[in-house]
Design a protein around this ligand. Sequence first.
Ligand code: SF4
Length: 350
Amino acid sequence: MGETIKLPEQEMTLGTTSTKHLLEVHNLRTYFHTAAGVAKAVDGVSFSLDRGKTLAIVGESGSGKSVTASSLMRLLAKTGKIESGSITFDGIDIVHASENKLRELRGKDISMIFQDPMTALDPVFKVGSQMVENIRIHESCDEHEARKRAIEMLRLVGIPEPEALMEAYPYELSGGMCQRVMIAMAMSCNPKFIIADEPTTALDVTVQAQVLALLAGLQDSLDTAILLITHNLGIVWQMADDVMVMYAGRTCEYAPMEELYSNPLHPYTWGLLDSMPKLSDTSKTDLKTIPGVPPDLRLTGTCCNFYNRCPYACEKCKHEVPPLVEVAPAHYVACHRQNGSNVLKREGEI
Ligand code: SF4
């Protein structure tokens, strides 16, 4: 492990090494103002992403990964607000951009693949008309050209008879077909950046593998940057260049993918990895779980958010928020007990 360097959180941009990133997020805070109080859904998150690269954000439900993604497109519920921090996409200040500018970007330079394609597509319009409309909004082309482009994209995502599928309604398609249509729509204007929010949740494993291979292939040919939101560490292993582990609105670990799997350091990351089934494990014992529940997001920010579930918690964890510290090149961890000489060993390790 390298020398411990403590960086001021506000000035960190984690991620790949190029000096000008396609996407840069600094110290993003997105809160929800509800009648019951202010929920700190995203509480000081920083990262960056370059063209052709994939950053995976992992964490359980409520960790802030989807709100982080929605913040990047400023698609928040009425009660949600970006309180502070900056989001710069291709030189554009997203936090202060006008609604017109955002509309221009959405679906053109930034696309989103949603969790549930069945509900993301409009059930009362044919697939073809939805795709053609999306292309015509963002590209200066006539209906004939847009239709040609839509058919081309459907063919590219492996639809055998795209012309026939253009005439179908979403409810006539299987989950896998719908997801392919969503990917074709997302890619149809050659976006620079795709946000894929649990893109394979609704799919069986065979279709899941096909969809991931498709995304990776399209990324290679179009040099698209992908932000992959998932709780499935197997998918991360297949697709990501870098991984950010989130818990209760904060980053607890951030590292290149292989480094994270070979040398995970945060107790929450250990919990996630331990809860994955392993083909080599023939012991027939129950899978491990992380006991307890995530904290109330209205009450976070005064201690380590993982404190109430962490088997390694000490007195300091109860009173101080752990800073995100670089403990090896490009490997950052927010844990009092992985900082400096006082390093933890994962249970079961010698
Ligand atoms: Fe556990 Fe403390 Fe580390 Fe938080 S800071 S993960 S409570 S050891």
